[in-house]
Design a protein around this ligand. Structure first.
Ligand SMILES: [Zn+2]
Length: 487
């Protein structure tokens, strides 16, 4: 057996130079099994607030680790595991099975937190080498799913059907404990139409999901590009997306690569503790996760941020994501799958249809799969459009806004134009169609707002939650484009 032990010390100066340290080692012959273990000093425990180190781990094979898109990427487990094994046919979740050729490998250590005393690390590498050159045929890449090419499926109608789903969820392929099977069972029990499993920084869950796909749930290929300066969901490609970003230019290069593979990119949880997004918003992203998890989890901050971006003329659709980390056993977390639920209007029941709907902004967000929901359209003398659309209006013209409300009894329906609430009405009788005439601005959006009744609060809720002014549903905006009145 091949055995190698590599020790080293990492300082805060190393972290200042780069967020990643590459520890190379050479396999003299191809291997049938490769195992990497690591430990480091003063590891911060999960209930520590500060002090101690957090070091993540991943692996590149001899095909290379160049940024962006290192062709030799074999997987990433963050700090969720301290050991990984790869064989030609199997791998620890988070890692890709396949041939293990001779040559230079690189363990990548992610220097998430290095405390002033630095960190001593030990990496142990074990391999079962083959006697001769391998004739393992190259295991095909896991990128399995068809890349949705975004030809517009067919002409969009305001009456097209809506699908509901969750755009952010995790399994044991990154930092959750539950399996893909357990997650899919929950999604089906909730009656979701689509689900994006977005494990952090790898695509090993795609293989597992492919094997479980019975066609009853649209499984959107996903991954959460998890950097030390913000997180971004990528939907619609089986290709691994690099995450080794520090600057807006770095993240832009990742977005460009994802787009080249036909995928959508969405900024996640842009709020304190999200963790926040530090790359700015002058980026060609396709969506923004304005609502993550239960409403009182600082979603007010993301909503205020979005209103500021809208007022500056931003036209990026917003979505929701539960960020559900599926447990292996009993579900005791306040974060629940499908809370919130994202509703997408599609011209066809397909992954492509869902992604195209998101890209077009034909999206609304509701607190839960069977909870309140909104749909909005607006008309002027020059035309009519739905959410995500552009309404042409004469310079001083008012817009006729029509909003359909489901399960909204007792909640306040509010219409907001450029951050200002221009219309409020308490919804009577649950389902309703409400019409209003409002001044136009850059954008028009609607929301359902109301206090959370203590009886609705799940037992798992943390104490002292602010129950006032929760949002129960949000629309995407209709954007207004003014044409000067003819003189
Ligand atoms: Zn995240």
């Amino acid at each position: 057996m091949f055995l190698l032990i590599l020790d080293g010390h990492i300082t805060q100066a190393d972290k200042a130079r780069s967020d990643y340290a590459y520890i190379p080692f050479d396999l003299p012959q191809p291997a049938q099994r490769l195992t990497v273990r690591y430990t480091y000093s003063a590891a911060m425990s999960s209930n520590q607030v500060e002090g101690g180190n957090v070091i993540d781990i991943g692996l590149f094979d001899p095909a290379g680790a160049d940024f962006p898109g290192g062709a030799g990427f074999r997987g990433w487990s963050g700090s969720a595991r301290n050991e990984l094994t790869i064989t030609p046919t199997n791998a620890t979740p988070g890692y890709m099975p396949g041939s293990l050729p001779a040559g230079r490998y690189q363990v990548i250590l992610g220097l998430y937190r290095i405390w002033p005393q630095g960190a001593d690390y030990t990496i142990t590498i074990e391999a079962d080498l083959q006697d001769q050159e391998s004739d393992f045929s190259e295991n095909p890449d896991s990128s399995i799913r068809d890349n949705p090419a975004f030809s517009r499926p067919s002409a969009f109608q305001l009456s097209d059907p809506w699908l509901r789903g969750d755009l952010q969820s995790h399994t044991f392929h990154s930092d959750a404990k539950g399996s893909p099977q357990q997650l899919l069972d929950k999604a089906k029990a909730l009656g979701l139409d689509f689900l994006a499993v977005t494990d952090h920084n790898n695509t090993s869950h795609h293989r597992a999901l492919d094997a479980l796909d019975d066609g009853s749930l649209l499984l959107i290929p996903g991954q959460e590009v998890t950097t030390y300066y913000g997180h971004m969901n990528v939907w619609g490609t089986g290709h691994w997306c690099d995450f080794r970003c520090r600057t807006p230019d770095d993240i832009r290069s990742i977005i460009d690569l994802a787009h080249a593979h036909g995928a959508l990119c969405s900024i996640n949880h842009p709020k304190q503790g999200g963790p926040a997004w530090e790359y700015g918003f002058d980026l060609p992203v396709d969506a923004l996760e304005v609502w993550q998890g239960p409403w009182p989890y600082r979603n007010e901050e993301s909503l205020a941020l979005w209103d500021r971006l809208l007022a500056a003329g931003w036209r990026v659709p917003v979505v929701g994501g539960s960020d559900y980390h599926c447990p292996a056993g009993e579900d005791t977390n306040f974060l629940r799958l499908g809370q919130p639920t994202t509703w997408v209007q599609t011209t066809e029941r397909s992954i492509r249809g869902v992604l195209e709907g998101i890209r077009s902004g034909r999206v609304s967000i509701g607190a839960s799969p069977d909870g309140p929901r909104l749909e909005m359209c607006a008309a002027s003398s020059l035309g009519e459009t739905g959410m995500g659309g552009v309404l042409a209006v004469n310079d001083s013209e008012l817009a006729e806004v029509t909003i359909r409300v489901w399960r909204g009894a007792g909640l306040a329906l509010r219409i907001i134009v450029d951050g200002e609430v221009l219309f409020t009405q308490i919804v009577q009788g649950g389902d309703a169609t409400i019409r209003a005439t409002v001044q136009t601005g850059l954008s028009i959006r609607a929301e359902l707002m109301g206090d959370c009744p203590p009886t609705l609060l799940p037992a798992q809720a943390p104490p002292h939650l602010d129950l006032s002014g929760w949002r129960w549903a949000l629309t995407n905006p209709i954007y207004c484009e003014k044409t000067a009145e003819p003189s």
